[in-house]
Every structure is written in structure tokens, then in C-alpha cells.
Design a binder for this molecule. Structure first.
Ligand code: KIV
Ligand code: NA
Length: 264
């Protein structure tokens, strides 16, 4: 795969072609995921749950994210690497700048921050200083304690309207990408049309420009019950490389996510 850049993702959106995103946390998975033609590797703070066995993503530190981003960067074969800024690492714009710099120096090409309109200042500053950002909206696991659980977001018309406004505002602030987690498919479709930047979805229906899953979930390795939006690609393929390729193909041909993976 040629090196994927922000421009590649924008070109996909403009051409109406879907792109695939998967998490990876180490060199071996980064190699396999990028070799399967998956455009973006997300070094997600989901590593707190998947690798560390924590109950939430809150215990993950910047040091953890730096270590895993460095490992992913060594195995990567041309995918765009997006790294999560962990809990409280962007609580102020100064913190955001210092911690995003560490992730970029570890090998990230873009950083992801969870929030809504309050992210505008940090996003503007990072973008101005040359660090592309992805704004993660909808279900934001770092705020699980305030949300009162992992629930679908934007279900009532007031919060849906607010999410659309915030998406447009964060694009204007300089966000290079949006990620929508667990929002109704129609709302995700509306947001995808409302902004020019690429929109990645997880549990957000088939209309977003890209799709993301946690790699351990789609390989059927997760010991706990997986959410409705997960599909086990190992079940029909039998080996990891084929499962990764099947996921990339299913995202591109629009067969994943199907109705059964989607919230109304
Ligand atoms: O940390 C992660 O894996 C994520 C995805 C679930 C979007 O943020
Ligand atoms: Na995350």
C-alpha cells in the first residue's frame, strides 16, 4: 500500500469510496493490518481494556500511548497512524500541545481527542502548529462516569441537533477528521453530509466515510460479550490475514456494517 495521508482519506470521501480503520497496539498487528489494505491504524486507548484488563480507558497514560505508538510505527507498512490522547491529557490547551507532540514524535500522524465543542481551542492550536486532529464524538468512553454507562448518544432531537452543530464547529476550528461512536445511523449520515472532512463511524451505520473496529473484537478474541456493532470476521475465514482482508473488503463494498450492526 502507498503511504496513506489525510489527502488519501479526503479523496476517498470525495469519490464516495469507503475506507477501513482498525485498532492495533503492537508491531505485529500493525504489520498485518496495514498489509491487509486497511488505510488507518488506530492506536486506541481501548488498549487499557484489551491489553491491560482495566474496566475503562481512564487508567491509560500518555506513557502507555507513546510505548504502543512506537511499537505500531515499527511494524506499519504505509497506513496512517492515529493515536488516542488518553484521559485528561488534553484537559488544557497547554497539556494538549505537550502530549500531542509526544505522540507525534512516537510515530503518530494524527491524534484523536474525545469531546464536543469544548475541544475547539485545543484543535485550533494543534492544527495551527501542524498536528492533525480527529474529534471523537457521540459515545466518548473517557466520560463514561458522567454519561452513566456506555449508551447510544444523540437519540433525542435536541442532542442530535447539538451534535451536528458541534461537528460543523470543530471542522471550522481545524479538525481534520471526525469519529462518531454509537449514534443513530440517520444522525451519522446527516453529520457526514454536513462536513467536508472524513467521518469514521463505529456503531454509527453504513453512511460514514470510514468504519473502525477494535481488532480483538472482530477476530472474536474478546472474552466479554461484544457490542451489537461488532462483527466477528474470523468466523467465516479461519485465519487472521483473511479475516483482516475480509473486513477491508466488506467496508469498501458497503456490506459492513449491515442493519443488524446499526442503531436506529
Ligand atoms: O480506543 C479505541 O479503540 C477507540 C475506538 C473504539 C474508536 O477509540
Ligand atoms: Na479510544
Amino acid at each position: 500500500m502507498n503511504n496513506v495521508t489525510l489527502h488519501t482519506l479526503s479523496a476517498c470521501k470525495q469519490a464516495g469510496e469507503k475506507f477501513a480503520v482498525l485498532t492495533a497496539y503492537d508491531a505485529c498487528f500493525a504489520h498485518a493490518v496495514s498489509e491487509a489494505g486497511i488505510e488507518v491504524i488506530l492506536v486506541g486507548d481501548s488498549l487499557g481494556m484489551v491489553l491491560q484488563g482495566q474496566d475503562s480507558t481512564l487508567p491509560v497514560t500518555v506513557d502507555d500511548m507513546v510505548y504502543h505508538t512506537q511499537s505500531v510505527a515499527r511494524g506499519n507498512q504505509g497506513a496512517l497512524i492515529m493515536s488516542d490522547m488518553p484521559f485528561m491529557s488534553y484537559a488544557t490547551t497547554e497539556l494538549a500541545m505537550a502530549n500531542a507532540a509526544r505522540l507525534m514524535q512516537a510515530g503518530a500522524h494524527m491524534v484523536k481527542l474525545e469531546g464536543d465543542r469544548w475541544l475547539a481551542d485545543a484543535i485550533a492550536l494543534l492544527s495551527e502548529r501542524g498536528i492533525p486532529t480527529c474529534a471523537h464524538m457521540g459515545l466518548t468512553p473517557q466520560t463514561v462516569n458522567k454519561m452513566g454507562g456506555y449508551k447510544v448518544q444523540g437519540r433525542d432531537s435536541e442532542s442530535a441537533k447539538q451534535m451536528i452543530e458541534d461537528a460543523v464547529l470543530l471542522e471550522k476550528a481545524g479538525a481534520s477528521c471526525l469519529l462518531l461512536e454509537c449514534v443513530p445511523a440517520l444522525l451519522a449520515e446527516e453529520i457526514t453530509r454536513a462536513v467536508e472532512i472524513p467521518v469514521i463511524g463505529i456503531g454509527a451505520g453504513a453512511a460514514t466515510d470510514g468504519q473502525v473496529l477494535v481488532v480483538h473484537d472482530m477476530l472474536g478474541l474478546t472474552p466479554k460479550r461484544t457490542p451489537k456493532f461488532v462483527k466477528n470476521f474470523m468466523a467465516d475465514t479461519g485465519d487472521v490475514q483473511s479475516a483482516l482482508r475480509a473486513y477491508a473488503i466488506a467496508v469498501k463494498d458497503g456490506s459492513f456494517p449491515a442493519e443488524e450492526h446499526t442503531f436506529k
